[in-house]
Design a protein around this ligand. Structure first.
Ligand SMILES: NC(=O)c1ccc[n+]([C@@H]2O[C@H](COP(=O)([O-])OP(=O)(O)OC[C@H]3O[C@@H](n4cnc5c(N)ncnc54)[C@H](OP(=O)(O)O)[C@@H]3O)[C@@H](O)[C@H]2O)c1
Length: 391
């Protein structure tokens, strides 16, 4: 039995992970669950179904409500950011699935690594913020960082059995998002609903907006640089609207190895949970004749400046990716709340990133402080532009 802790249990990745726990009851059991606490009833249902020993919620006011819903004999309940860290660090688990969204996952994910637990990593923002610190901590403790992102799971599989020194480049595929064929000037008029319509994947709101701006691919370039220890210029992007080829690795002799499959996050999640073994996945099978054609295009960086901004931040290194991520999170939240338009997302990021003097990132504490500062600056700039503070 593998004991699984799920950080972000109520989200798209968290729920898919728990479905897999249900599909393989002889293989997995739930050790702890963590979430923000926005959906208390859903969390209570998950507790009844999976009987975790510990549940941590970011919102401490949710603890009492959850305790009342669950009655006596339920899991130990922890509240606040420290509760999430305690759940990741103290509760014995074979794998911690890191599936919180955004920078909120940084400290709990680091806590799991520092406690020597294998991490199945979906929460790419943590690697964007602290890739060097996190991969160094994992190396020092011999902790595997197992990719859950479908592209990185694909690269991980394409690298298996090969010499890392023979890698020429990594080709991350991108669906292109819902606005791939929209003319650039029409982007000023797109609505939140338009941006939430991802053509191939069903995901949480933040990553869906990141996919529409192509920032998701920019974050994934940074994630790949750290996960696979390659130079920034070795990670390139190719648009592939069918989302069948999940990514590729090109070797020095010109061979390109690709991983293909249906667009179902259950496949990379299950591989991370059972690695290095495989299990028969309860997913649809790939039917290539039904797919017909696979097409590939260059990404349009002029139309989607977030891709350029992410690459610039990676090349500058140090503090720049922390600032990029923080400004993006604030800008995406403002867009989702209807406070700014779609094309203002890269404007906010460019502005806040432009103010960063570019220093080395020295510690996790430095990362946390810088993240808070960049968020505050992004927020102020949005308020100045949109004519007042947020609701
Ligand atoms: N969805 C996908 O297919 C996919 C694919 C690849 C990578 N990823 C990555 O996986 C991560 C999760 O994505 P998702 O789509 O599953 O997100 P999601 O559906 O929005 O779920 C996010 C989860 O994190 C919790 N959460 C949100 N903000 C939090 C905060 N400030 N503190 C503590 N917990 C917080 C939520 O709790 P509440 O429900 O209580 O708010 C929820 O459990 C992201 O980093 C994303 O980029 C996702």
């Amino acid at each position: 039995m593998k004991r699984i802790t799920v950080l972000g249990a109520t989200g798209s990745i968290g729920l898919r992970t728990l479905e897999l726990v249900s599909s393989f009851p002889d293989e997995f059991t739930v050790a702890a669950l963590a979430a923000r606490g926005s959906t208390v009833e859903r969390l209570a249902d998950l507790c009844r179904k999976y009987a975790p020993e510990v549940v941590a919620v970011l919102d401490p006011t949710v603890v009492d409500r959850l305790a009342r819903l669950l009655g006596p004999g339920g899991p130990e309940l922890l509240g606040g950011p420290d509760g999430l860290v305690t759940a990741a660090r103290e509760v014995s688990a074979d794998v911690v699935v890191s599936a919180l969204v955004g920078g909120a996952g940084l400290l709990p994910t680091m806590a799991a690594i520092q406690a020597g637990r294998a991490v199945a990593l979906a929460n790419k923002e943590t690697l964007v913020m602290a890739g060097e610190l996190m991969t160094r901590a994992a190396r020092e403790r011999g902790v595997p960082l197992l990719p859950v992102d479908s592209e990185h799971s694909a690269v991980f599989q394409c690298l298996a059995g090969h010499n890392r020194g023979d890698v020429h480049r990594i080709l991350l595929t991108a669906s292109g998002g819902p606005f791939r064929e929209l003319p650039k000037d029409a982007l000023t008029r797109v609505t939140v609903q338009d941006a939430l319509q991802h053509p191939t994947w069903k995901m949480g709101a933040k990553i869906t907006i990141d996919s529409a701006t192509l920032m998701n691919k920019g974050l994934e370039i940074i994630e790949a640089r750290w996960l696979f220890d390659v130079a920034p210029e070795q990670v390139q992007v190719v648009v592939h609207p069918q989302s069948i080829v999940h990514s590729m690795v090109e070797y020095i002799d010109g061979s390109v190895i690709a991983q293909l499959g249906v667009a179902d996050m259950g496949v990379p999640i299950l591989y991370a949970l059972t690695y290095p073994e495989r299990r028969p996945a309860p997913a649809a099978r790939l039917d290539l004749p039904a797919v017909g054609a696979l097409t590939f295009f260059e990404p349009d960086v002029a139309k989607f400046p977030c891709l350029r901004l992410a690459r610039e931040a990676l090349e500058r290194g140090g503090t720049a990716p922390v600032v990029l991520n923080a400004a993006n999170e604030i800008a995406v939240a403002a867009f989702l709340e209807g406070r700014i338009g779609f094309t203002m997302i890269p404007e906010v990021i460019e502005r806040v990133l432009g103010e960063d003097p570019g220093r080395p990132l020295v510690s996790l504490e430095h990362c946390v402080a810088l993240d808070a500062d960049a968020r505050a600056r992004a927020q102020r700039w949005i308020e100045a532009r949109s004519g007042g503070p947020s609701r």
